[in-house]
Ligand binder design. Structure first.
Ligand code: ATP
Length: 323
């Protein structure tokens, strides 16, 4: 008998508190056999208790089979360390997979998630600030190996995004990626990240799997979301060898938080990715089909030109699941 799956639910801040309950309700409908437990971390928690994330929260996240995660606000304060960065490091979630699917294209952005410009090695004085961009052989090899495996699964091209014409750390990244791609025998090309950003928008069908460093991948996936209707639609998976966390690409969007207008599709698709990861591709497909049924009926949230609220959208998706 397999043990009961345990899913940690982190709503976090802002619209995370609105879109995650929608996604959790759908997961609970499909899997009454799962156990869901909340983990309260983020800026809201910091405001209430002075601590955004304690060691025992990290232990709770590690104890789960998977984490469904909303978004966390990182205030621009000098001494506030990003909770998300801490979680990614603690759970060693080194591969951030961001699928962007549209009419006739299916792009998967594979973003290195633990180093690069987001290594957290920073210094600030009154006169200058520095951020170290750390790119290691181990970090690069494991992300490109993950990307190669995904390109193989899809029988697709691997594109390496970098800025090797300017950054030595990216010459290093590019060369390791090329060596791995050649020894694995997958088809690949490489492009400068700025040219790639434009070309991806102009010719999305030319792309399958794109591997790149941390910040470039972060920006590129927001850019690519333009192809499919914006940030409200794009999910992501953060995968490590031991843990996995699923979250919308969007952040906490404080400008629209608390208004019941956020689009929960990115969160729903993140829940679908979670099911895929836990070995339930059928459940995952049921979520996507329900989303498509609702969208085809013209039921849309405000970002897509409609007026359906977050909660109401979630209710129709639940109904569509049962059809
Ligand atoms: P954070 O600092 O947490 O990253 P942010 O506001 O800087 O938050 P995002 O949360 O990524 O960045 O959002 C950018 C903008 O995109 C938001 O201001 C919002 O208008 C829009 N947006 C993001 N997510 C959604 C959503 N799910 N539904 C509708 N609009 C969204």
């Amino acid at each position: 008998m397999t043990s009961r799956r345990r899913i940690a639910i982190v709503e976090g801040d802002g619209i995370g508190r609105e879109v995650i309950p929608v996604a959790e309700a759908v997961l609970a409908r499909l899997h009454p056999d799962y156990e869901f437990f909340p983990v309260d971390v983020g800026y809201g928690r910091w405001e209430r208790t002075g601590c955004p994330c304690a060691d025992r929260d990290i232990a709770l996240l590690k104890s789960a089979d998977a984490v469904l995660f909303g978004a966390i606000t990182t205030p621009p304060m000098k001494d506030y360390q990003s909770v998300m960065l801490r979680i990614r490091k603690a759970l060693d979630l080194y591969a951030n997979l961001r699928p962007v699917r549209g009419d006739g294209f299916e792009i998967l952005i594979v973003r290195e998630n633990t180093e690069g410009l987001y290594s957290g090695i920073e210094e600030r004085t009154d006169d200058r600030a520095t951020t170290l961009r750390l790119v290691t052989r181990t970090g690069t090899e494991r992300i490109v190996k993950a990307a190669i495996a995904l390109a193989r699964q899809r029988n697709g091209l691997l594109t390496i995004g970098h800025k090797a014409n300017v950054l030595k750390s990216d010459v290093f990244f590019r060369d390791i990626c090329i060596a791995e791609a050649e020894s694995a025998g997958v088809s690949y090309n490489d492009k400068f990240i700025d040219a790639l950003s434009l070309d991806l928008l102009q010719h999305p069908k030319n792309y399958s799997v794109v591997v790149t460093t941390n910040m470039f991948g972060d920006i590129l996936s927001d850019v690519a979301s333009y192809l499919v209707g914006g940030l409200g639609l794009v999910p992501s998976a953060n995968i490590g060898d031991e843990h996995a966390l699923f979250e919308p690409v969007h952040g906490s969007a404080p400008d629209i938080a608390g208004k019941n207008v956020a689009n929960p599709i990115a969160a729903l698709r993140s829940a679908a990715m979670l099911l895929d990861h836990l070995g339930d591709p059928e459940g995952s497909l049921r979520i996507e089909n329900a989303i498509q049924t609702v969208l085809s009926a013209g039921i849309l949230t405000r970002d897509l030109g409609g007026s359906t609220g977050t909660r109401e959208f979630g209710e129709v998706v639940l109904t569509a699941l049962c059809l």
